[in-house]
Design a binder for this molecule. Structure first.
Ligand SMILES: NC(=O)c1ccc[n+]([C@@H]2O[C@H](COP(=O)([O-])OP(=O)(O)OC[C@H]3O[C@@H](n4cnc5c(N)ncnc54)[C@H](O)[C@@H]3O)[C@@H](O)[C@H]2O)c1
Length: 398
């Protein structure tokens, strides 16, 4: 039986990950969730999982040395997966210090506690020896690589090499807006306080591998989307606003391109790296799907308008008329400072080494995401009360 310590698992990707590993490994694993429950953490997301006898929840900060050391002392943890972070770029522009504290110092604390808990001694050459089968996985982001240029106004078909084609089964609609991609060798060049803090966390993770011989991996993923996504991020924000008949704020002209990765595909990739990834390696995890923000917004409008037309029972969720759901809702707002133009991940390494690829085409993932948001209004309403309202007004006005 493997024991996982999953931090930040009351947030978007971490909660999906806990659901994924429990679905895959069932009673063969034990899961400890560590989360301090910031505005982005919602324990209700894990309601069903917390009823399982092999799942426990600890409320606390990844930067709390006594707490983390205590968890590792009381439990023979095999895998630490560190999702916990301040994750929203816009918030990092208003409060950078918090991002450095959580994302850098919190990560260093997790690593240091793991080092102490897992160390068994030294080998004949004086190198640290750790308990067998332990691993620390740092969840990072493609934003550490900075920004790529956008070479085409509209998406081109993505051409993948023959060896990757042999891994990728039945995936259609792979798109790109440029000639270059982020690989694991791309120099790190973060441009926001958020991405700078995540880059620092990656570097300290690598330093623990080099200096102390710690068993680690780092995964760097592109933009995730899917169920349980906090509605300050683009896709759930747009869905939510459409239902409420509100304007749809889009930065600049909406030209910025992101590579969209369905969260369940990401969770699968993380678990493969954890169990099979070569020690000390970085793995990029991407969606094979680049899309501009404006096209995302237009697609979400079209899907919701279609659902309201074909399945009128959903109109009960609307605060506006179904016929008012159209592109006229889009409102361009002043771009944020240092807004990266394009991110595009080359996930060839994880495909070649571990046989992973993003299985969900965007057309399928976005339909599932919209429907999840329509079918789970109570969850959305709970997380959009209180602090969220104040935040929204601060960022986008009333
Ligand atoms: N969402 C994306 O598209 C995306 C893309 C690339 C990388 N990432 C990375 O993936 C990870 C998870 O992202 P997400 O979107 O799920 O984030 P999220 O903001 O939805 O969730 C973060 C979680 O961490 C918890 N947390 C914050 N500070 C903590 C602390 N000091 N101690 C313990 N828990 C704390 C929060 O309560 C929350 O539950 C992050 O490290 C993020 O940088 C996310």
């Amino acid at each position: 039986m493997k024991t996982y310590l999953v931090t930040g698992a009351a947030g978007f990707i971490g909660s999906n990950y806990v659901k994924y590993i429990l679905g895959k490994w069932g009673d063969d694993i034990k899961v400890i969730v560590l989360d301090v429950l910031t505005y982005a953490g919602n324990l209700a997301t894990l309601d069903d999982e917390l009823k399982c006898k092999n799942v426990t929840f600890v409320r606390g900060d990844i930067g709390d040395r006594d707490l983390v050391a205590g968890i590792l002392k009381d439990n023979d943890v095999d895998y630490i997966v560190n999702f916990a972070a301040e994750s929203h770029v816009d918030r990092s522009i208003t409060n950078p210090k918090l991002f450095l504290e959580t994302n850098i110092l919190g990560t260093q604390n997790m690593l240091d506690c793991a080092r102490q808990a897992w160390l068994v001694g030294k080998d004949a050459q004086g190198h640290n020896v750790y308990k067998e089968g332990k691993k620390y996985l740092q969840i990072s982001t493609d934003e550490v690589y900075g920004s790529l240029s956008k070479d085409f106004d509209e998406a081109h078909d993505l051409v993948i090499t023959d060896d990757i084609k042999s891994v990728v089964e039945g995936r259609k609609d792979m798109k790109t807006f440029g000639e270059k991609y982020f690989t694991e060798e791309t120099p790190l060049a973060p441009r926001s306080p958020y991405s700078a803090s995540k880059t620092s966390a990656d570097l300290i993770t690598m330093a623990y591998a080099e200096t102390y011989g710690m068993p680690i991996n780092i995964t760097r993923c592109s933009n995730n989307y899917g169920p349980y996504h906090f509605p300050e991020k683009l896709i759930p924000l747009i869905i939510n606003n459409i239902l409420q008949g509100k304007k749809l704020p889009v930065y600049g002209k909406g030209e910025n391109v992101r590579d969209w990765l369905y969260v369940e595909d990401h969770c699968k990739g993380i678990d493969m790296v954890l169990r099979e990834g070569r020690l000390g390696e970085v793995y990029n995890i991407g969606g094979f799907n680049e899309e501009s923000n404006i096209n995302i917004v237009k697609q979400v409008i079209a899907i919701i308008a279609r659902i309201m037309h074909e399945e009128p029972e959903y109109q009960r969720l609307l605060s506006c008329k179904a016929e008012d759901i159209n592109e006229g809702l889009i409102e361009f707002v002043t771009d944020r400072p240092g807004h990266d133009m394009r991110y595009a991940i080359d996930p060839s390494k994880i495909a070649r080494e571990l046989g992973w690829y993003p299985e969900t085409p965007f057309s399928v993932g976005i339909e599932k995401t919209v429907r999840w948001n329509l079918d789970n209004r109570t969850w959305v309403e709970n997380v959009t009360s209180g602090d969220y309202q104040k935040y929204y007004e601060q960022m986008y006005g009333k």
